[in-house]
Design a protein around this ligand. Sequence first.
Ligand code: NAP
Length: 302
Amino acid sequence: MKINHLTIIGIGLIGGSFARALRRANVCQRITGCARSINELKKAVELGVIDDYSTDPAEAVEGADLVFVSIPLGACSEIFEIIAPALGDQTIVTDAGSVKGSVVESARRYLGENFSNFVAGHPIAGTEKSGVDASFAELYDNHRVILTPVEETSSEAIDCVRELWELAGADVDMMDVERHDEVLAATSHLPHVMAYSLVNTLSKMEKSGDVFRFAAGGFADFTRIASSSPQMWHDIVFANRNAVLELLQQYEDGIDELKEALVKNDSTFVMNMLTDAKQARDIFADNRLQRQVNPDTEEGEE
Ligand code: NAP
């Protein structure tokens, strides 16, 4: 497959890594980047991630065969509205947003005729770092990418986006939009909210200096993801607000049960709870390890 002109709107960790991975696969003739900060765009050219750039999204997509949108979710509607009149009839548009319902709704509203060429997607890969400096070609290797096409989506567009992700190193799965948002609320959005909340709880404690000074690996493991971009996570939790609220309630119920058991000195309950969790976590970790050894088996990350 060859793409003559790829435009990437949002040339940070996700967009920059997509560009690097496709460069590695020698797929694109020309990659144009778009962002608001000219310094980031210049850096992306210096790093060899993109060939040229524009801060004007409509100008950036002119003549593009494929447009990859990898910006915070809150900016997607505006960008779709701006680029819609500048897209060619055949231009395929895809995205990387972590929530799919809100993106598909905006694309349906603003992309008009091009909506059938829009393939919503989400790479299950990432780090807590942001910006083009943090991007790397191997980010998607053996990681899953979930595509959530809808009834109107053309099969040619789906095939093209699937092939591109495979060339970028990823394994592609298909899912319903609603299912995607429910599953990701559980596997990614809830853990991020919990990590941010735990850091805040500890940092507000009276002796927080001591708490952080003596914090060990467990704290670092649990809270690494709280170093992620606040803007990105703000947009994600609002875009998937209902699913996140539902899971926070379930989590709160679990914490309430644990509190009650501790108040009642119910050692059996606590032991069972810890044992069940360890078993479930060990199975998850084994599956993950297997996938690293044999990429045809289960799961990804972030
Ligand atoms: P990032 O590193 O912060 O990059 C975001 C990029 O978007 C930057 O180049 C930023 O540059 C640009 N941008 C922001 N607002 C813009 C606007 N209004 N118009 C044009 N460009 C704009 O973020 P990221 O981690 O790559 O995340 C991008 C998307 O991928 C998000 O939707 C996120 O949900 C999704 N995602 C992230 C991860 C992850 O682990 N990070 C994983 C899967 C999916 P300027 O600020 O200069 O405009």
